[in-house]
Write a protein that binds this ligand. Structure first.
Ligand code: HAM
Length: 431
């Protein structure tokens, strides 16, 4: 039978030898989410199609072109989530979380699905980490959220990632702006792509993030939202900037950022880098004061962001940032004979109880092959157990990097003494 070895286009596998990299960045994100008071929410990978149509917006590329939508056997239309915000908002409403006190602060890790043209940094299945906060209209919350994203990027050691912010106003300023856009783009009707032509009346702001090069060129000189902000939105934006200043977060105001999803109001922001090619946005977010109402809930001003894990890893690679592999084997015990095997089994259990990774032979290799394997898996220490060691009840553990050997008794104290030894060498290697 032919092997089935081809994954679906635009998807990626994370192999056992690579997963420590994911776990490292996820660990940083979990810690920062906790530091800022966010608790994890987990929602289903698929939702009613209607949720994304209404939440993300009918005229967005995501909804018009990119969703994985199918009918279930029961005849319901469901969609694999293209992003995490709509599902989290649905869950907050469904479980009446507003009764538990505002603001509600939720973090998540989600796999997302968008039928986009795959290229470097653009996948059909990708992964996001996000923070969402519901029930605050204070600009302090906007600044705090941006600080949380910045802290994560700083802790990952990323360099040359710039923060760009903008305000896209509230429905009132947006109405005036939309008219200005209709007037402007109306003069280019003959040159716009068909999708943009259909968006011109319904949602002209979507013309600003069209991917067609011709439309992009026209959009360059389009009116800027910042010239149409009402007094309140302008004041809100100024406060956000004031608090970012207080926290020493550097940013530039980029009036062309409109984001590709319809729910945004007021503050929007992106963290962008030039070091991974065209798909350089590693994090995007903003305020979405109208979304909860759009989904049938009460007016609940909210905000959030999501960062793409694959893109972050690409930046770390491009910038040569080393990720410590704490998952590699701390001790490999090679054995000769049945008695040694049994002793190794007993010692390893204790070493593992100390929280260390420890392994022995389980495929029946000879001593040389066992040592070769220990080398291959990058064991930091190895130990050979044979009849002599068993008889003397002591053995030498060898530091595989320096060759240094330390004799340890094979008794109750073994695991603890080994633990102290390897901790000191881990520190020396910066693990
Ligand atoms: P987004 O800008 O569509 O926003 O996606 C957020 C991040 O996900 C992007 O900055 C990028 O790093 C990553 N990303 C998006 N599409 C792809 C793709 N095809 N392949 C690889 N990575 C990708 C949202 O999804 C909003 N839900 C963010 C948000 C949360 N706004 C408020 N709360």
């Amino acid at each position: 039978m032919a092997l089935i070895t081809k994954k679906i286009k635009g998807t990626e596998d994370v192999l056992p030898r690579q997963s420590y990299r994911w776990q490292f960045i996820e660990g940083v994100m979990r810690e920062e989410a906790k530091a800022y008071g966010f608790k994890e929410i987990r929602t289903p990978v698929f939702e009613h199609t209607e949720l994304f149509a209404r939440g993300v917006g009918q005229t967005t590329d995501v909804v018009q072109k990119e969703m994985y939508t199918f009918d279930t056997k029961g005849g319901e239309s469901v969609t694999l989530r293209p992003e995490g915000t709509a599902g989290a908002a649905r869950a907050v409403l469904e479980h009446n979380l507003e009764n538990e006190g505002l603001p509600i602060k939720a973090s998540y890790f989600v796999s997302c699905y968008r039928y986009e043209k795959p290229q470097a940094g653009r996948l059909r299945e990708f992964h996001q980490f996000g923070l969402e906060e519901y029930g605050t209209q204070s600009p302090v919350a906007d600044a705090e959220l941006i600080c949380a994203a910045q802290s994560i990027l700083d802790r990952l050691g990323l360099d040359k990632v710039r923060l760009e912010i903008n305000s896209i106003g509230c429905p009132e300023c947006r109405a005036k702006y939309n008219q200005a856009l209709r007037d402007y783009f109306g003069g280019y009707r003959g040159q716009l792509c068909t999708t943009c032509l259909s968006r011109l009346e319904k949602n002209p702001m979507r013309l600003l993030d069209c991917k067609s090069p011709e439309d992009k060129a026209i959009a360059k000189d389009a009116p800027k939202i910042t010239d149409y902000l009402c007094e309140e939105c302008e004041a809100h934006f100024a406060e956000v900037q004031k608090y970012l200043g207080c926290a020493g977060v550097e940013y530039t105001v980029n009036p062309t950022i409109v984001r590709g999803l319809d729910y945004y109001t007021k503050t929007v922001f992106e963290f962008v880098t030039d070091c991974i090619g065209a798909q350089g946005t590693v994090c995007g977010g903003g305020r979405y004061d109208g979304l909860m109402e759009e989904l049938g809930g009460k007016h609940t001003p909210s905000l959030g962001f999501a960062m793409g894990l694959e893109r972050l890893l690409m930046v770390m690679d491009a910038q040569g940032i080393e990720i410590p592999d704490t998952s590699s084997c701390a001790l490999y015990i090679a054995t000769m004979g049945d008695e040694a095997k049994a002793k190794a089994f007993e010692l390893l259990k204790r070493v593992r109880e100390c929280g260390l990774t420890a392994e022995t032979d389980v495929v029946g290799r000879g001593l040389r092959a066992q040592m070769k394997y220990a080398d291959k898996i990058g064991a930091r220490y190895s130990m050979v157990l044979g009849d002599n060691e068993i008889a003397e009840n002591k053995a030498k553990v060898k530091n595989m990097e320096s060759g240094e050997q330390t004799e340890l008794a094979l008794d109750e104290s073994f695991a603890e003494k080994f633990s102290v030894l390897q901790l000191a060498s881990d520190k020396a290697f910066g693990i």
